[in-house]
Design a protein around this ligand. Structure first.
Ligand SMILES: [Fe+2]
Ligand SMILES: [Fe+2]
Length: 299
C-alpha cells in the first residue's frame, strides 16, 4: 500500500536521481583515503569538548585538563563504535528491503547507500581498533518492539534517519574543528559529505511512508508510533553516555557519574542541540507531537 506513494511521488524520483548521480560523482576509495598515523597525540582533544557528555557540567568541574583530554579520547571511541553498530543494523534492514516490490523505486539508490555504509563501517572500526584497540559494545534496548505491525518499514527508516541526524550533528562540527587532529577531522568530514545525501533521502522516504501509514492508522496507532519515536530519540541520545567510557578514562564510580550527567541541567540543552533539526522535522510532519520529542522523559 505504501509502495503506491513511493512509486508515484515525482519528488522522490527527482531526489533519488539527483542523489544517485551525486554518489557516482563523489565516489572515492576509502581504503586509500586516510593516512592512519601510528598514534594520535594523547594530550589533546579527540572530540570537540562541547560535544562531550561532561561539557559544562558539575562532573567536568571536578576533573583536571588531563582527565578531560583522556575522556574525550574514550568518548570519541564510543561515538565511532556507536556508528559501527548503528550501520550494521541499518545495513541489515536496507538489505532486507532492496529488490522487494515495495522498495523497487529506491532500489538503485539503496545500492549506493549500502556500498557507502559498508565503507563508513570500515573506517569507523579502523579508527577504534587502531587507536583504542577495541570497539565498545552495542548498548542494549532501543528497538525491541515495533508497534503496530504495518508500521515496520516506517519505523525502520525513521530510526535510520534519527541515527544519521544524530551522528551528523557531531560530524559537521568536528569536521571544522581545528583543535582536532587532521585524521579525526577528515573522518568526520568524509562521513558528513556522504550523510548529507542519506539524510536528504531519509527525510523524503519517511515523509511518504508516514503519509501512507496515516491514511489508515487509528489515533491509537499514531500515538504508538509517536511514543516509539520519542523513546528511540531518548535511547539514542543516552547511548552517548557509556559508563565503560568513564571507567576507561580513569574516573571513579562510572555508573554514578553517568547518572549525575543524565540528571545535570546541561543534558536537556545538549539533547535539544543534537536533535534540533530532527525534532523540527518529526514535529513538522506530525510524527511526534510538539514538545514531546526527545524530552528525556522516558528512561
Ligand atoms: Fe554512514
Ligand atoms: Fe548514512
Amino acid at each position: 500500500m505504501t509502495s503506491a506513494l513511493i512509486d508515484t511521488s515525482e519528488r522522490l524520483r527527482e531526489v533519488l536521481n539527483r542523489l544517485s548521480s551525486k554518489s557516482v560523482e563523489d565516489y572515492y576509495n576509502p581504503y586509500q583515503m586516510f593516512e592512519w598515523p601510528q598514534a594520535l597525540p594523547e594530550r589533546a582533544w579527540w572530540m570537540s569538548p562541547e560535544l562531550t557528555t561532561t561539557y559544562d557540567t558539575e562532573v567536568a568541574r571536578e576533573l583536571s585538563e588531563e582527565q578531560l583530554y583522556r575522556l574525550s579520547k574514550y568518548e570519541s571511541l564510543n561515538f565511532y563504535s556507536l556508528n559501527v553498530h548503528g550501520i550494521r543494523e541499518l545495513l541489515i534492514e536496507v538489505t532486507r528491503r532492496i529488490h522487494t516490490v515495495e522498495f523497487a523505486t529506491p532500489s538503485e539508490f539503496f545500492h549506493h547507500f549500502i556500498g557507502e555504509e559498508n565503507e563508513h563501517m570500515w573506517f569507523f572500526a579502523q579508527f577504534c581498533l587502531r587507536y583504542g584497540g577495541k570497539l565498545y559494545k552495542q548498548p542494549r534496548g532501543g528497538a525491541e518492539t515495533i508497534p503496530p505491525s504495518d508500521a515496520a518499514s516506517l519505523l525502520v527508516f525513521a530510526r535510520i534517519l534519527i541515527f544519521e541526524e544524530l551522528v551528523d550533528h557531531f560530524n559537521a562540527k568536528m569536521a571544522l574543528d581545528d583543535r582536532l587532529d587532521v585524521t579525526i577531522r577528515k573522518i568526520n568530514q568524509i562521513h558528513h559529505q556522504d550523510e548529507s545525501r542519506h539524510i536528504a533521502f531519509g527525510r523524503e522516504l519517511v515523509r511518504l511512508l508516514f503519509d501512507g501509514f496515516r491514511e489508515r492508522a487509528t489515533p491509537e496507532e499514531l500515538a504508538q508510533v509517536a511514543d516509539y519515536l520519542s523513546r528511540y530519540l531518548t535511547y539514542s541520545f543516552e547511548s552517548l553516555y557509556n559508563p565503560q567510557v568513564y571507567k576507561d578514562a580513569g574516573i571513579p564510580n562510572p555508573l554514578e557519574v553517568r547518572r549525575r550527567l543524565l540528571d545535570d541541567p546541561r543534558r536537556a540543552e545538549f539533547e535539544a542541540q543534537v536533535f534540533r533539526k530532527t525534532n523540527s522535522f518529526l514535529t513538522r510532519h506530525g510524527l511526534v507531537a510538539v514538545g514531546a520529542a526527545g524530552t528525556g522523559a522516558v528512561r
